[in-house]
Ligand binder design. Structure first.
Ligand SMILES: NC(=O)c1ccc[n+]([C@@H]2O[C@H](COP(=O)([O-])OP(=O)(O)OC[C@H]3O[C@@H](n4cnc5c(N)ncnc54)[C@H](O)[C@@H]3O)[C@@H](O)[C@H]2O)c1
Ligand SMILES: [Fe+2]
Length: 408
């Protein structure tokens, strides 16, 4: 029987091919003046044309900010907030990957509570509701369309910083898989494997059983996040390679899966693979999903002793376990299949390949230990030694397998 369950989500979630054409109707419920936040490449393409047409067909006053830069440098964020404060839109529409959606959330926050974003870093530091956000992902994905998180790059911080607050959950999430058609193979790989990492880390997270009303955004594994996590795994893992080839059914499966993964980790939280990505991403200047995807199988192997049944369930949801295999064997099959998928979609197979020197690993472990909210969410206790053990294994590429399919 389920024991505890927590789920937080947008007011409405819409999924389906063509559903982005309903954006105008949704926006009209919120305001007559909207700001579309996206990047220059997407602004020139079909996805933006559809959304803008839909908004204008409702007679809304529409402004466009197309200056999003991946990984969100602070100056870009402040520029977007400044612009919104001058023109006073009452609803923000994030159209794009995680970077554009996170920027729309930060603009909604800045407009409501001021530009001193540093005062909101961490968990539950946002003092109250922000302007409404409609999130339309074009990658699949970060899950940002349903999560309480926005991540940015602050030049005064060594690592990327996160603002996590229930107030940052978008009002509407509009997940139209057609929006991800044509997404480059590399971006598809990084975003898709990151979504798988969200699902796996949420499903294997610590069982923290925080009492109701606790002032925490991430509450650990629970019966509601578990359901979405497994649904995510079964839709992402078997279809990611075909999504990279831009097959429409596979695009739809992965978009659905990443939405489910967002619902899972937006409440349960993620753990050690994400904690280690922060310093590795900063040191190597590599995308978020490249790091989480590379590290995921190593995180699973480290956590195996505490989460055999869960890892076995993940293997079964992926469809990679043999008939009648017991949990021990199915857990190993899941770990092997995740490592194989990571290399099949074209991720580097070791940290050494990223030009990280072995001597840097202790420093990276120390930095990861500082990402406290993710460290406490891991099912096995983590200290510097344990983090170093995972990093050393990933540095050597111990789980690397030859890629069965090569992707250019
Ligand atoms: N808020 C959250 O819950 C959350 C979770 C995970 C990651 N993130 C953040 O999200 C960001 C990464 O987001 P992302 O991986 O979605 O990528 P992104 O938004 O950084 O975009 C990467 C590139 O892909 C391009 N692109 C996106 N969709 C496209 C499409 N359909 N066709 C062609 N090109 C397309 C963009 O123009 C951009 O150049 C990071 O900053 C990460 O920290 C946020
Ligand atoms: Fe992630």
């Amino acid at each position: 029987m389920p024991e505890t369950g927590v789920l937080r989500a947008p007011r409405e979630l819409l999924f389906g091919a063509g559903i982005a054409d309903a954006t105008g109707e949704l926006a009209r419920r919120l305001s007559d003046r909207v700001l579309v936040v996206t990047d220059a490449a997407l602004a020139a393409g079909e996805a933006a044309r559809r959304v803008l047409d839909s908004l204008r067909s409702q007679g809304l006053e529409v402004e466009l900010f197309d200056g999003t830069v991946p990984e969100l440098p602070m100056d870009v964020v402040l520029d977007a907030i400044g612009r919104a404060r001058r023109t006073a839109p009452r609803c923000m529409i994030g159209l794009g990957g995680g970077s554009s959606i996170d920027l729309a959330k930060l603009v909604a926050l800045g407009v409501a509570h001021g530009e001193d974003l540093r005062s909101f870093y961490g968990e539950e530091q946002v003092p109250g509701p922000v302007a409404p956000v409609i999130a339309i992902p074009t990658t699949a994905g970060t899950g940002s369309e349903v999560t309480p998180v926005a991540v940015l790059t602050d030049p005064e911080a060594v690592l990327k910083v996160g603002i996590s607050s229930r107030h940052l959950i978008p009002t509407y999430a509009v997940v139209d898989p057609v929006m991800s058609h044509g997404c480059p193979p590399r971006v598809t790989a990084h975003a898709g494997i990151d979504a798988l990492a969200h699902a796996v880390e949420a499903f294997t997270a610590a069982d923290r059983r925080l009492p109701p009303g606790t002032n925490a955004v991430f509450v650990g594994k629970n019966s509601l996040s578990d359901a979405f996590a497994l649904l995510a795994v079964s839709h992402i893992a078997p279809h990611l390679l075909a999504a990279q080839r831009d097959e429409p059914d596979a695009r739809a499966a992965v978009a659905y899966g990443s939405l489910c993964a967002g619902l899972a980790f937006g409440t349960a939280g993620t753990a050690v693979a994400h904690a280690l990505q922060y310093p590795i991403g900063a040191r190597t200047n590599t995308p978020h999903g490249l790091g989480t995807g590379l590290l995921l199988a190593y995180a699973m192997r480290f956590n195996r002793s505490a989460r055999v049944a869960e890892l076995a369930a993940i293997g079964r949801a992926m469809g990679v376990t043999g008939d009648g295999h017991n949990d021990e064997r199915a857990a190993d099959e899941a770990i092997g299949a995740v490592a194989e998928l990571a290399s099949a979609v074209g991720l580097p197979t070791s940290l050494a390949e990223l030009d990280v020197a072995e001597g840097e690993l202790p420093g990276l472990a120390r930095q990861a230990l500082g990402v406290g909210r993710l460290i406490v969410n891991n099912p096995r206790e983590l200290g510097e030694e344990e983090l170093l053990e995972i990093l050393r294994a990933a540095w050597r590429g111990e789980l690397a397998r030859p890629a069965p399919v090569s992707v250019s």
